[in-house]
Design a protein around this ligand. Sequence first.
Ligand SMILES: *[C@@H]1O[C@H](CO)[C@@H](O)[C@H](O)[C@H]1NC(C)=O
Ligand SMILES: *[C@@H]1O[C@H](CO)[C@@H](O)[C@H](O)[C@H]1NC(C)=O
Ligand SMILES: *[C@@H]1O[C@H](CO)[C@@H](O)[C@H](O)[C@H]1NC(C)=O
Length: 331
Amino acid sequence: MLCCSFVFCNAEKMALEPGTVKFTVSMIYLICLCSGKKVNDRPIIGVMSQETHGDLGKFGPSVVVASYVKLVESGGARVALVKINQSMDYYIKMFNSINGLIFPGGGQSDILNSGYGKAAKIFFSMAVESNNKGDYFPIWGTCQGLLLLAAIVAGEDISGSVDCVNVAVPLKPTPDFVKSRIFDIKTPDCVLKALTTENSTYNHHKFSVTPKNFTKFGLDKFYRIISVNEGGNGLEFISTLEALDYPIYGIQWHPEKTLFEWNPHKDSAIPHFPNAVAVAQHVVNFLVSEARKSHHRFSSEDEASKYLVYNYQPVYTGNVVSYELCYFLDM
Ligand SMILES: *[C@@H]1O[C@H](CO)[C@@H](O)[C@H](O)[C@H]1NC(C)=O
Ligand SMILES: *[C@@H]1O[C@H](CO)[C@@H](O)[C@H](O)[C@H]1NC(C)=O
Ligand SMILES: *[C@@H]1O[C@H](CO)[C@@H](O)[C@H](O)[C@H]1NC(C)=O
């Protein structure tokens, strides 16, 4: 099975010359991976919902921010919204039907005991068990999702205040960056360059996990740290991690905001320049490539259609909070 992905960088360098139209795309990458393994070209990725707070409360009890949905869709996968506070039967059914799961960002005050955290723990242990049996199932945590991935393994919330709100930075690669799967040998040079030298990754978090707590709570037996960054208070925090032996990934930064969020006040520093967009697109291409290795499925397309995001109407919330669009779920 041949699979190819294209990444265009520096496309802004298209030059218009008098009399002629000249396109100079300074770098075009064509990556072809040849692999004998069957891939699932119709992946469905779950996005975990979470309790609403504050200004979003009036719209419903739980929410999925639409930028996560659009991120997944932009990578060539469909989305099923995953409800919180459901029965074990529901979670088992969803787990056996979807090809990966995202724990999105947000602001749960008691991360492990929220409905979001409780459902996540159930999926996390099912994923570990199934991956152990050779049944591939990726899990992806963004921002709060990374804190949750750390908390689940530590057995408690081990995040602390680092203060990194509305800041775009390059990642600081650790020595283990070379072992990264997200940013492996197939990662285009322009993406690597933007990641490590340009303000291409957007942070919006008060709390984070420090490398010190990571080691103190034994997380080094489960994850490796791929990159770090520094908060406003000078504390170093983990900005990217990957599980050693499982397709489980956490990033503290927000590719979905680079592509889909535009709030000019609270999120004024979101990078939208072409190389930052290329970084975000690389991330989602990777995530969906992981989901294509999973062969879970709904019993039929009809059954799948009941769970897909198409059943929900997104609500414009950009005038209330910093998310442009959200999906609200009933319990
Ligand atoms: C979900 O359950 C948790 C406790 O397990 C509770 O705190 C929370 O309010 C519930 N969420 C909703 C939206 O009902
Ligand atoms: C380390 O983890 C503990 C939780 O046991 C937390 O209270 C503390 O704030 C964390 N420290 C830092 C610097 O993140
Ligand atoms: C990144 O942002 C910092 C702080 O705003 C700024 O000083 C620096 O020049 C920026 N770097 C690049 C490569 O744009």
